[in-house]
Design a protein around this ligand. Structure first.
Ligand code: FE
Length: 190
């Protein structure tokens, strides 16, 4: 089904549900606005940038992700239990949901298409080095790759390494540098 088909079907469904009085169009608009403007990778980027700057926050984030981000009040759900895994020179982390497409919505928004693709979901576990290479990411052979399988209970996010060039960067530059793909673990920041 192409994107246009999907859009037409969505519109048809919406009309039907509104007609039957099952949904309130204003409520639906609210949900769409939330995902367009308030839920997305910019939330994850705020958390990452703060962890880079603030060692105490970083420790608490790695210790108990859910508690560490509670004060942000992010919307979008799907992070009842958040586990943040840290990339280091020795370890690279990457996130998948082998069963379906569990994903930390509140931090990263809606998952990209490839994240839901059965090929990604099975191959990243079997041959992570090869798959990461296809994303343009070459992980040195001596560096360990850890693959984290999300579930309805646990959502993972990667804390990328901060590139040296950002050492003295201001907040806006830091936020801009943190990509969605780096927080899934299929990209490294340079
Ligand atoms: Fe899932």
């Amino acid at each position: 089904m192409g994107d246009t088909d999907a859009a037409l079907r969505a519109e048809a469904l919406e009309r039907l549900l509104v007609e039957k009085g099952l949904i309130d169009p204003a409520h639906l608009d609210g949900i769409i606005e939330m995902f367009n403007t308030r839920v997305g990778p910019m939330n994850g980027a705020r958390v990452v940038a703060r962890a880079w700057r603030d060692p105490v926050f970083r420790q608490s984030l790695l210790h108990d992700g859910s508690s560490a981000i509670a004060s942000y009040g992010f919307e979008g759900g799907q992070v009842d239990k958040l586990v943040v895994v840290e990339n280091t020179p020795d370890v690279h982390n990457v996130v998948v949901c082998t069963l379906c497409s569990c994903y930390p919505w509140a931090l990263l928004g809606l998952p990209p298409k490839w994240y839901k693709d059965p090929a990604y979901r099975s191959r990243i576990v079997r041959e992570p080095r090869v798959v990461l290479r296809e994303f343009g990411l070459a992980i040195a052979p001596q560096r360990e790759i850890r693959v984290w399988d999300s579930s309805a209970e646990i959502r993972y996010m990667v804390l990328p390494m901060m590139p040296d060039r950002l050492r003295d960067a201001d907040d806006a530059t830091l936020l801009d540098a943190v990509s969605r793909d780096a927080m899934i673990g299929v990209q490294e920041l340079t």
